[in-house]
Design a protein around this ligand. Structure first.
Ligand code: HEM
Length: 532
């Protein structure tokens, strides 16, 4: 991995580092009493229901997000599916598909309830419409259920495993299946809210409360499935939590990786233990350049009050700062220990903000990490050797960049103003916004040009520095009422090379960049700038 890699960075931060609070959506697993539905159980069930209509022989269906269009079907009855489907809709975007969010949801749900790690790959393509139906029902015969799992790519034995791995969480809601659970509320599958082998131990020791075992015979589907190999699989689970975990990790990974044949999944998304995020290079009103960046230190037990992280940088001439005069300490820090409860990791963040003249500017930065503040254990983070690069041909001008719309014109997402080094002439400058699709969980990308602002002495949009020229434009695209998933991006083509600016997130996501001003943008047009 070499920074920056926008597509990877977005996904890595989403899945591991709680960007946009995805990991915080399901409450801690034991937040709900046993007889209430848990969000985690709903996420796991929803992922299965998306996959359950797969036809692996034909290479169609599987985890393609088609569940989004299928919540009205009797086979998807229940708020656990409909609520999960709409929760997932807040998290997809240009770099992560809705189908990928559903898959991530299953992995996060299992982990949140103490289960095994399920590797998460990306690259799923979201369906444009509903697929065929075919989720197995509790009243189906064993033969038809076995056939359904075979269509999904699982043997009869794997079916036993997959059902037990699912039915260790949550239960049967009286509202959805009053014949199976006649009592108000949710009848749990086992005695714990956690992802554990309690579903199997209670199956053998006579204390099972699984309504798909102890309920009416016609719908005793778990009883039929669990016993279908002479209880061999269930006995191995009851005997060993490790066997249960390793079998479930492998089956659930295969489940979320069941995708249409044209989809090529990525390698598993792994956490980068030290990584910059929310990097932004800006031209300030006083004519200086600001480099703002946060670095995340991530892993088990990383929260430390004695660690000292220092940022160092080189200027445009590259080596003038190499002797170390150009260095700074963080302006703020932030830690997230909530992550530890969910995935065994912690995150400690350090935010830097440093200014330089346009003449000196920046060409790269790196960090030294003094682990206990004593100077005895200092390591250097250099992005694998080449430093973290700075491209100072293209800066953003926060003063004249904002999200919002011109009064009455909801076809404008905002304004972006960029500053381009006067020594170069771009052939084009492009502004983009990504919004949620209407009625479809597909991101829509809109783009438009930015014009050079020649300005005059009376124009407030005049570049404060001779080294930079302003380009500015209104960003097209319907301003999504939800706003949170609206992203703005910009790029400039200079000598046939595309220089990419940073993603400017809207301000309503807590770990997203908040460097985009919401309220100081006269050139956005009349307010309100819709930001939430
Ligand atoms: C023959 C196959 C299956 C049948 C007949 C079946 C049936 C059911 C039924 C009737 C419910 C209650 C839903 C409600 O109250 O609205 C349920 C819940 C659930 N199922 Fe399955 N299921 C099957 C396979 C699976 C698989 C393979 C998984 C995941 C790997 C899974 C995960 C879940 C979860 C987590 C819940 C709890 C949902 C909650 O409490 O919100 N199921 N299942």
């Amino acid at each position: 991995y070499t920074w920056p890699d926008t597509a990877y960075d977005v996904v890595e931060e989403f899945f591991w580092k709680d960007r946009n609070d995805f990991l915080d959506v399901p409450p801690l697993c034991d937040f709900f009493p046993l007889d209430q539905q848990s969000t985690s159980a709903g996420w796991l069930r929803t992922a299965y229901h998306d996959v359950a209509t797969a036809d692996v022989a034909a290479g169609t269906g599987g985890l393609d997000g088609s569940i989004f269009y299928e919540t009205g079907r009797p086979e998807n009855i229940g708020s656990s599916v409909s609520e999960s489907v709409s929760q997932f809709a807040s998290f997809y975007g240009r770099y992560i598909s809705y189908a990928d969010v559903v898959a991530a949801g299953a992995a996060v749900a299992v982990k949140n309830c103490g289960g095994p790690n399920i590797p998460f790959r990306t690259g799923r393509i979201t369906a444009l419409e509903a697929g065929p139906s075919g989720v197995p029902l509790p009243t189906d015969s064993l033969k038809s259920q076995t056939a359904a799992f075979a269509r999904q790519g699982f043997t009869a034995k794997e079916m036993i495993g997959l059902v037990a791995c699912g039915h260790t969480m949550g239960g049967v809601d009286n509202e959805d299946f009053p014949d199976i659970n006649p009592n108000v509320g949710v009848a749990s599958f086992d005695h714990t809210v956690y992802f554990d082998n309690n579903i199997a131990t209670t199956y053998f020791n006579g204390t099972t409360i699984d309504p798909l075992i102890s309920g009416p015979a016609t719908s005793a589907s778990d009883a039929r499935i669990f016993a279908s190999d002479g209880n061999v699989t269930m006995r191995s689970f009851a005997h060993s939590q490790d066997t249960f975990f390793s079998t479930c990790a492998s089956l659930l990974e295969r489940m979320i990786n069941t995708v249409p044949k044209e989809v090529k999944l990525s390698e598993p998304v792994v956490a980068i233990p030290f990584k910059p995020r929310d990097y932004q290079l800006s031209l300030l009103p006083d004519g200086t350049i600001n480099l703002g960046v946060t670095v995340d230190v991530f892993g088990p037990n990383v929260i430390s009050t004695s660690r000292v992280v220092t940022m160092h940088w080189n200027d445009r001439e590259s080596d003038r700062c190499a002797s170390g005069q150009c260095s700074a300490l963080p302006i703020t820090g932030e830690s997230n220990s909530g992550l530890a409860k969910r995935n065994g990791n912690e995150l400690q963040a350090y935010t830097f903000s440093v200014n330089a003249t346009t003449k000196a500017s920046f060409s790269s930065f790196w960090f030294t990490v003094d682990e206990d503040g004593t100077g005895r254990a200092v390591t250097t983070e250099r992005n694998g050797g080449g430093n973290y690069p700075v491209d100072d041909l293209l800066l953003v001008v926060p003063e004249f960049t904002c999200q919002g719309y011109l009064g009455g014109n909801t076809n404008i997402t905002g304004r972006i103003t960029v500053a381009i080094r006067s020594s170069v002439t771009p052939s084009s400058v492009t502004l983009e916004s990504t919004s949620n699709g209407e009625g479809q969980p597909i991101p829509q990308i809109f783009s438009g040009p930015a014009e050079m602002i020649t300005g005059n002495a009376t124009s407030p949009m005049l570049s404060p520095s001779d080294d930079y020229v302003y380009y500015s434009g209104l960003v097209p695209g319907p301003l999504n009422a939800a706003g949170c998933s609206t992203q703005m991006e910009y790029s400039a083509t200079i000598d046939r090379k595309v220089h990419q600016g940073q993603i400017l997130y809207s301000g309503c996501t807590s770990r997203a960049s908040t460097r985009l001003p919401q309220s100081f943008c006269e050139f956005c047009g009349p307010f309100p700038c819709a930001t939430t």
